[in-house]
Write a protein that binds this ligand. Sequence first.
Ligand SMILES: C[S@@+](CC[C@H](N)C(=O)[O-])C[C@H]1O[C@@H](n2cnc3c(N)ncnc32)[C@H](O)[C@@H]1O
Ligand code: SF4
Length: 454
Amino acid sequence: MKIITDLKWMEADFIEASKFFEKTEDLEVLHAHSEDGNLLTDVIKIGEKEYRYQKEISYKDDIEKKRYVKRYAKLSLYKSLCEYLDQKLVWGALTGIRPVKYAYTIGENWREKMSEEMLVDESKLDIISRIIDEQKPIFTSAKDGCDLFVSIPFCPSRCLYCSFLSNEIGKEKQLDGYIDALVKEIESVKPLLKNLRSVYVGGGTPVSLPLNLLEKVLKAIGKVDCEYTVEAGRPDCIERQTLELLKKYGVTRICINPQTFNDKTLKIIGRKHTAQDIFDKYELSKEFGFSINMDLIAGLNGESFDDFKYSVDTAISLNPDNITVHTLSLKKGSKLKETTERLAEGEIAKMIDYSVYKLINSGYNPYYMYRQKYMAGNLENTGYTKKGKACVYNVDVMEEITDNVACGANGVSKKLFMEENRIERYGAPKDIKTYIEKVDKIIEDKNKFFLTTT
Ligand SMILES: C[S@@+](CC[C@H](N)C(=O)[O-])C[C@H]1O[C@@H](n2cnc3c(N)ncnc32)[C@H](O)[C@@H]1O
Ligand code: SF4
C-alpha cells in the first residue's frame, strides 16, 4: 500500500497502521491534513473515494497538540481503510508494541479512550483489564527497583523462524573470550544493582554453553535474593547436570519451550528436538522444583487450527506455572516464509482466540503482553500465569517500570526518569568480536550512564 501524506513525519505510523489489511492489490492512499483553530481535518482519498474526518481538540501545549494531530490522522486513515476494504482489525488503529503500558499512560479512562479513539476490540480490552489486575502487586512494588539481564546469544543451531540474535555455538571461535568479557561486565555492574527484583539470563539458549562456561556466568552473578530465570529454552540442551548446576546457583525459574508439540512442525521449523524430548525434559526439570515457563507459537508454517489446539491443550495438561503464546512474526524474505505455505490470517486469529479462552478457563490469567512488527494478523504475544506465579522480570521490562541493567552483546540497558516520564537507553554492540574488544569501554560508559545520566 503506497501512502502519500502531507505530514511527512506520519509516514512510518501510517504504513504500520495500514499494512495488516488483507488486500490483494497495492492501493494508493492520499492524505491531507489541515487545522482551523482547534478543529482538525483529515481528508483521505483511496482510488475514487474520498473520506473526511473532523475532530475538535483542546490541548495544553504544542507537544500535546502534535500528539493529537498524529493520533487523529492515524485514526482517520484506519477508518477510511476499514470502510474501503470492508474489514476491521482487532487492535484498531493502535500501533506500538506495548498496549498495556499505553493503557497505564492514559490512566483511569483507558478503556473508553482505547475503544473510542483507537477502535480497539472489546475482547482485547478485556485481556488488558485482566493483565492490569494480575500485574498489580508487581506494579505497585516497582518503585526504585532494578532488574539484571545477562545476554548469551548462542544456540546449538538456528531455528528457521527465529527473530532473536543468535550465533551457532559450534562455529563460535571466541566463546571463551565472550564469557570472560561478560563475567568482567557482570562483576562491574554489581554496585549498580540496588533493590534488585529479578535476574534473567536469556538469549539465545544459555544452557547451550559448555557447563564450565555456564558455571562461570552463574558464579559471576552470585547469590541473589530474588526471582532468577534462566532461559533453558530448547529441550535438546537440557541435561540432569545442567539442572543441577542451575539449582546449585539459586536459579528459581526456567523456560522449556516446545513452540509446538507436533513433530512434523518441529522438523519444518528446524528445532532439532521432538515432542517426546519436551515431555522428558519437563519431567526431569520438575524434580528440581523450578517454576517453569513454556513458549508456544501460533501460526507456525504447516500448522492447522487443530495442531495449535493440540499444543495449547498439551501444554496445559503438563501444568507449568507460566505459558507464553506468541504469534508468528516473520520478516519479509525470511527463509521460513519463502519455503512453506502460511495460514490465512483469520485462522491465526482463531488460534489466538482459542488460547485465550482455553488458558483462562484452565486457571491461567494473562499477565503481560506485547506486539511486534510483522506479526501474523497484527495480533499479539501474551504471557499467562497461574495465580501468584507471574514473572516479575517480564512485567518490569514490558511495562518499563524499573531500571534494567543489561550485560553482554546486544544488551540494552534502560534508566528511568519517572518524574519526567522519560527513559534513556544504552545499547551494547551485537557483534561478539566487537563486544569483546570494547568491553572495557562498555563498562566505563555504562557506569557513567547509570551514575550520571540526568
Ligand atoms: C529469545 S527466544 C529464546 C528461546 C529459546 N532459545 C528457545 O528457543 O526455546 C524466546 C521466544 O521467542 C519466540 N520467538 C522467537 N522468534 C519468533 C518469531 N519469529 N515469531 C514469534 N515468536 C518468536 C519463541 O517462542 C521463543 O521461545
Ligand atoms: S534456540 Fe531459541 S533463540 Fe536460538 S534460534 Fe531457536 S528460537 Fe531462536
